[in-house]
Design a protein around this ligand. Structure first.
Ligand SMILES: *Cc1c(COP(=O)(O)O)cnc(C)c1O
Length: 407
């Protein structure tokens, strides 16, 4: 077989469909983020990033950088092993304690990423609970879907955020079989928020465990950054809370928090935890500093929400359609893959604005969008430039506008 010929043909098909992924090569500038340098074929240009998941700019916070420098200088580069074989450092243990406390749980367990935490934890729980059935929200992230698939447990997909469908599916199952209801708090492409309390009520009635992915909420919501469940006083209702250290916390890594027995169970049986080198201690120390800082500082969260409201109001004033949701994610709806890519390309080349187009298969065809994630580190002048550029391109592409409310 001509292996490379096969790979090339598949890639050409992807390009023809408009689904090939082109990466923008960036160098973020510490202290100046969201400014970055974009290297491209013609040279370099200074740009402003408007689609980062470093939602609060914690990736350049002085406390985080100091903790990482200290740990690097004190202990060296890598952990040197899996957690079981010499890779458990003081930084890992301290971070797990910090995360358990953040979510009001007995214990927490670190993974090398949020993806791995979902894949390994859901995969292990669903595989090892005898006869387990997983009820998975239709909007769930690929990492949960892959974990459930890997477990080979029976899976039922309930309609996104649909309580009636969830209840009907639970009611149809045998009363005594183990069940896991898996869902997210903030869904990253629509920015909508799950009815957590009602889901927990239903799960309780049918004796199901609840597994909540708070990846797009930790650090951002709740008085200490514990997520939507903390904000709504529901953390004790969830069996497992899963999060990332790579988005609002600005570093890298993932985790679950839950009861001591559940966490010890996953620690003891999850291949994706056991057989991989532990995070570098400097990464754990940096993440720990970010979690600690956001536990006691409301400033970043307040500024974040203010900036989001500002960008939404400015888009409304121009009639640029965006999904109304209660989160910090602003999906600007283009509804056409070619125009979506065109606007993104022009923003980068002509305006120095990096806003990644989100096309199929990440979102359904016809709902192509630009996903704006404002942060406290975006200044008023940057908001002006973004909104003005979008207004111009909206006209150029002859895209529909919403009626603008009279002032
Ligand atoms: C990004 C993401 C993850 C994975 O987290 P990483 O730390 O980036 O691996 C998990 N769940 C959701 C909903 C995500 O958006």
């Amino acid at each position: 077989m001509d292996y490379d010929g096969f790979f090339s043909a598949e890639l050409e098909a992807l390009k023809d469909e408009g689904n090939y992924r082109w990466f923008a090569e960036l160098e973020r500038k510490r202290g100046a983020f969201p400014r970055a340098v974009n290297r491209h074929e013609g040279g370099t240009r200074d740009i402003t990033v408007w689609c980062s998941n470093d939602y609060l700019g914690m990736g350049q916070h002085p406390d985080v950088l100091a903790a990482m420098h200290d740990a690097l200088d004190a202990t060296g580069a890598g952990a040197g092993g899996t957690r079981n074989i010499s890779g458990t450092t003081h930084a890992h243990v301290a971070l797990e304690a910090e995360l358990a406390d953040l979510h009001g749980k007995e214990a927490a367990l670190l993974f090398t990423s949020g993806y791995v935490s979902n894949w390994a934890a859901l995969g292990t729980l669903a595989a090892r609970l005898p006869g387990c059935v997983v009820l998975s929200d239709a909007g769930n992230h690929a990492s949960m879907i892959e974990g459930i698939r890997h477990s080979r447990a029976q899976k039922l997909i309930w309609k996104h955020n649909d309580l009636v469908d969830l209840e009907a599916k639970l009611a149809a199952l045998p009363a005594d079989c183990p069940k896991i209801v898996a869902f997210e708090s903030v869904y990253s492409m629509e920015g909508d928020i799950a009815p957590i309390e009602a889901i927990c009520d239903i799960a309780d009635r049918f004796g199901a465990m609840t597994y909540l992915d708070e990846v797009h909420a930790v650090g951002l919501y709740g008085p200490r950054g514990g997520g939507i469940a903390e904000r709504e006083g529901l953390m004790d209702r969830l069996t497992v809370i899963e999060g990332t250290l790579g988005k609002a916390f600005g570093v890298m890594g993932g985790y679950i928090a839950g009861s001591a027995a559940l966490v010890d169970f996953v620690r003891s049986f999850a291949s994706g935890f056991i057989f991989t080198t532990a995070l570098p201690p400097a990464v754990a120390a940096g993440a720990c500093a970010a979690v600690r800082h956001l536990k006691q500082s409301e400033r970043e969260r307040a500024q974040h929400q203010a900036r989001v409201a500002d960008v939404r109001a400015r888009l409304d004033a121009l009639g640029i359609p965006h999904l109304d949701n209660d989160s910090h994610i602003i999906p600007v709806m283009v509804g056409d893959p070619v125009k979506c890519r065109f606007i993104s390309d022009r923003l980068m080349a002509d305006h120095g604005i990096y806003l990644q187009p989100i096309n199929y298969p990440t979102v359904p065809k016809g709902t192509e969008r630009l996903r704006i994630t404002p942060s406290p580190v975006h200044g008023p002048a940057e908001v002006d430039r973004l909104v003005d550029a979008l207004g111009d391109l909206w006209a150029q592409c002859q895209l529909a506008r919403r009626p603008v409310a009279a002032q």
